[in-house]
Write a protein that binds this ligand. Structure first.
Ligand code: AHG
Ligand code: MN
Ligand code: MN
Length: 333
């Protein structure tokens, strides 16, 4: 039988010794994701679908499951002594560790339910997380302590609640994917050493925003759409858009592709849609560890110095040769 996730982590830690208690840290998150999978999977049977009737800090209407999954994640991570504080897409401020629990050395930021517009229509959703070290000497972390570039992540991953529930993660030594065996209640290694093919013929972008894109992205997509016809490319392209970043990144890890939520002028003051700390950085770490690239179009996402907990950034990630092409179109703009 394939290795389970805990065995995999312990063996990896033996091979690449580190002071970081990755097994313990990830245990909390694995439990959270199993509970979230259970709730997502039961759906209408347990009355969790539909709107919560509230808005998050970013002015987005929250689904009931946005709130429920956020609570599940917090409950699973706050008690164990691994974390010094938590930050979530669904909470205005940093979540401190309650006084009755010990504080740990790590910070975790997370998107408890990614792609939540898909939840009521029974399409794949996910959970994304990113783990940082808490700065030395800090006992009560504030938002400032989370504003570390993505290059400082020690671990990042996502759970995908699709036809099968999967956990895909990196601790900086490649990317591995695990599938939840519901009968046993454990994740087993099914996708070792995931790598993103360098070339692709598949792109993912929300084309309804086309009129708001900048010239380099307009040019790139125009060429892909034209394919082998005049003014296009040496090959034809296919297009996918799930509207769940987790599902798009997973597809790219399995068969290649390029995913873009680029800079647009749709809403003044927002540099993009996706959030640096909860979505862009963890997914960039995973994609880069799998041999792909992740850029804003003008620079490596993981080298950005975050300026705010809920900061949004343009995201262009996936197969190396296509991301490089889009970046080259941005040069001098
Ligand atoms: P969330 O559900 O956490 O708010 O994230 C949704 C994100 C991302 O998963 C997806 O790629 C994108 O928003 C979809 O946006 P559009 O609805 O604009 O296509
Ligand atoms: Mn999201
Ligand atoms: Mn979300």
């Amino acid at each position: 039988m394939a290795k389970n996730l805990v065995q995999f982590l312990i063996e990896e830690q033996r091979r690449n010794p580190t002071d970081d208690d990755l097994t313990g840290l990830l245990d909390d998150i694995v439990i959270a994701c199993k509970k979230i999978a259970y709730n997502v999977n039961k759906g209408g049977l347990i009355g969790v679908l539909g709107s919560a009737g509230s808005e998050n800090v970013q002015g987005e209407t929250q689904k009931k499951l946005d709130v429920i999954t956020n609570d599940i994640f917090i409950e699973a991570c706050e008690w164990s002594g691994h974390y010094a504080a938590l930050a979530s897409e669904e909470m205005d401020d940093v979540h401190p560790i309650p006084a009755q629990y010990p504080k740990g050395k790590y910070l975790v930021s997370f998107d408890p339910l990614d792609g939540s517009s898909n939840i009521d229509v029974n399409i794949s959703v996910g959970t994304i997380f990113s783990i940082l070290r808490c700065p030395k000497g800090v006992t009560t972390p504030t938002a400032e302590d989370f504003l570390q570039p993505g290059t400082r992540q020690i671990c990042a991953g996502y759970a995908l609640y699709g036809p099968a529930t999967m956990m895909v993660l990196t601790t900086g030594n490649g990317v591995n994917g695990f599938t939840l065996d519901n009968g046993v209640g454990e994740f087993f290694l099914t996708h070792p050493n995931m790598t993103v093919p360098v070339d692709t013929q598949e792109f993912a972008i929300n084309a309804s925003n086309q009129r708001f894109w900048e010239a380099p992205v307009q040019r790139y997509i125009d060429e892909c759409v034209k394919g082998k016809s005049p003014g296009g490319r040496e090959k034809n392209f296919n297009m996918r858009w799930v509207a769940s970043m987790v599902a798009e990144v997973h597809r790219i890890l399995v068969r290649g592709g390029i995913f873009m939520y680029p800079f647009d002028t749709k809403e003044a003051g927002k540099a993009g849609k996706l959030r640096l700390l909860y979505e862009a950085n963890p997914m960039s770490f995973i994609i880069e560890q799998a041999g792909g690239l992740a850029s804003t179009g003008r620079g490596r996402i993981m080298e950005l110095k975050p300026t705010g907990l809920h900061q949004r950034v343009p995201v262009i990630l996936g197969s190396k040769n296509e991301v490089e092409r889009v970046v080259s179109y941005h040069k001098g703009t």
